[in-house]
Design a protein around this ligand. Structure first.
Ligand code: PLP
Length: 371
């Protein structure tokens, strides 16, 4: 089916070893998720019932009180901030993004001001809130957060759990406790960390936000998980600023199917399969002249390995960024992470790729390093 779409519209055939990258379509849904989405498109539903089914499943899997589906996590951030400002006040909801008379300061550690395509500060401001940055780029202590929280008109604390965060890692549990000590809610953007949802909820955060289209491999959607009253207040924003951030019936149906698969996933077998692909790739790639391949743990504790390819400077193969460019320009177009190319390193995520596709990447690497 994929090939039909690509051929019909003359689209580039992509091998995505870049991870859950939005410009490439993020992830690959399983056949059962694809079927659920296709089936939903031909039906009518009471959307509240679809939403309730997700809430009930997430509650069963995680022990959280409630959940709701939004258009994506960027939307979920704006809606969660809005919920902490309005609660369930209908006048407040209708009034946003005008925050007159409401608490509107959102505290965020400097190292958590991430850019996932836009700055997270934009997602805060879209609700009408005012971001207040705590600490510095290199360090933000729990004390820095406490100081910022005590200012008047504070709505909530926003934290980010992501590889994109910088500076000395913050203890999220302690930061959440600091917010609670001031009687304020804490929200965690854990967009790419649905595999760590339990750990993020265990910090005591009032709301945790994850993207369903990343490792859960559902259609594009954001999941807001946590306190029942706040989840309800997020959903109520659809009568205000949230109208353009709503989830579609097909995305909710896809999320339900993906959650069902996740619930029954044999985690040990899944990890073993991920490891097998990475170790096979590393062994083969390491034998290519000019390349050193290693398996790397995820720095944010996601439970799988990535490949690090080091392009040796002595070899006449050009630099890592030239190699990345050449991989992209070929057919199929192979995408790897080249953020650290200046240091000679390329990172690959193999999770969604088949053995056949991995073999294509290996043979392209071999050809390019001989060129
Ligand atoms: C991907 C990402 C987002 C945005 O998620 P979308 O579902 O694409 O809107 C927000 N924050 C972080 C840390 C991300 O990695």
């Amino acid at each position: 089916m994929t090939h039909t779409i690509h051929a019909k519209y003359a689209l580039t055939h992509v091998l995505n070893a870049h991870g859950t990258f939005t410009p490439l379509g993020v992830s690959r849904s399983s056949p059962s998720v694809q079927r659920a989405v296709a089936a939903a498109l031909g039906e009518f539903f009471i959307i509240d019932e679809l939403q309730a089914a997700v809430s009930e499943r997430v509650a069963r899997i995680t022990g959280a009180e409630a959940a709701t589906v939004t258009h994506c996590t960027a939307a979920a951030i704006t809606l969660a901030i809005a919920a902490t400002m309005t609660g369930d006040s209908e006048t407040g909801i209708a009034q946003l993004p005008d925050t007159t008379g409401m608490p509107n300061r959102v505290i965020i550690p400097a190292g958590h001001v991430v850019n996932y395509g836009h700055s997270i500060l934009t997602a805060i401001r879209l609700a009408g809130a005012v971001p207040v940055i705590a600490g510095t780029q290199s360090a933000c202590t729990v004390d820095d957060i406490s100081h910022a929280l005590v200012g008047e008109h504070t709505a909530c604390l926003l934290l980010v759990s992501s590889r994109l965060a910088h500076g000395t890692p913050l203890d999220l549990g302690q930061a959440v406790a600091a917010a609670h000590a001031c009687g304020l809610p804490a929200v965690i953007d854990g967009a790419a960390q649905d595999l760590r949802l339990d750990e993020l909820l265990a910090t005591g955060a009032d709301l945790v936000l994850v993207s369903a289209q990343k490792y859960l491999a559902a259609p594009t959607a954001g999941l807001i998980v946590g306190r029942r009253d706040l989840v309800r207040a997020c959903r109520a924003q659809e009568r205000g600023i949230g109208r353009g951030m709503k989830a579609t019936k097909e995305s909710i149906a896809g999320v339900l199917a993906a959650l069902e698969e996740r619930e029954h996933l044999d985690v040990a077998a899944w990890r073993a399969e991920q490891d097998r692909k990475v170790r096979w790739f590393v062994e083969q790639a390491d034998a290519i002249a000019g390349l050193t391949a290693t398996a790397q743990e995820d720095p944010t504790e996601l439970p799988f390995l990535r490949v690090c390819l080091h392009v040796e400077p002595s070899h006449r193969q050009e630099t890592a960024s030239a190699l990345s460019r050449a991989l992209r320009q070929g057919s199929p177009s192979i995408w790897v992470v080249d953020r650290d190319a200046a240091a000679g390193n390329l990172i690959l995520e193999l999770g969604p790729l088949t053995d056949t596709e991995i073999a294509i990447i290996l043979s392209r690497l071999a050809v390019l390093s001989e060129a």
